[in-house]
Design a protein around this ligand. Sequence first.
Ligand SMILES: Cc1cc2nc3c(=O)[nH]c(=O)nc-3n(C[C@H](O)[C@H](O)[C@H](O)COP(=O)(O)OP(=O)(O)OC[C@H]3O[C@@H](n4cnc5c(N)ncnc54)[C@H](O)[C@@H]3O)c2cc1C
Length: 90
Amino acid sequence: MTKRLGLTVGAWTNDVLAHLGMELPLDIWKVHWGHYYVDPAVKDSIPQWYKFGKLQPDSWDEGLYYGFPPEGSEPVVKVSVSVADQPCST
Ligand SMILES: Cc1cc2nc3c(=O)[nH]c(=O)nc-3n(C[C@H](O)[C@H](O)[C@H](O)COP(=O)(O)OP(=O)(O)OC[C@H]3O[C@@H](n4cnc5c(N)ncnc54)[C@H](O)[C@@H]3O)c2cc1C
């Protein structure tokens, strides 16, 4: 019998712990990103960027957006808005 167990299942932690009759008090927030093809001609000129904005009144928009340049040979950038309006169940 082991004394320690490492679980690395992220948002699904409580789904796995349920098999052991356990649960952690976790709030799960869904946040999304997208990958977008860009013109290959500009692929190497796209920087990593962040836009720090302000929370818009009566809006889900907290104003934080960011993007990453292509990592490999594919002309694909990653873009995300860092926002989740409320925790959800898994
Ligand atoms: C929108 C967004 C953008 C992000 N951008 C970045 C970034 O640019 N750079 C950065 O460093 N970090 C970023 N992060 C954070 C990064 O994604 C996480 O910190 C990282 O993925 C956590 O890794 P993890 O292995 O702990 O969990 P996860 O990546 O969530 O992996 C958990 C894995 O467990 C698997 N799993 C679940 N249940 C089971 C089961 N029963 N059996 C087997 N497998 C199971 C799932 O399928 C999943 O693959 C971002 C996160 C979000 C939400």
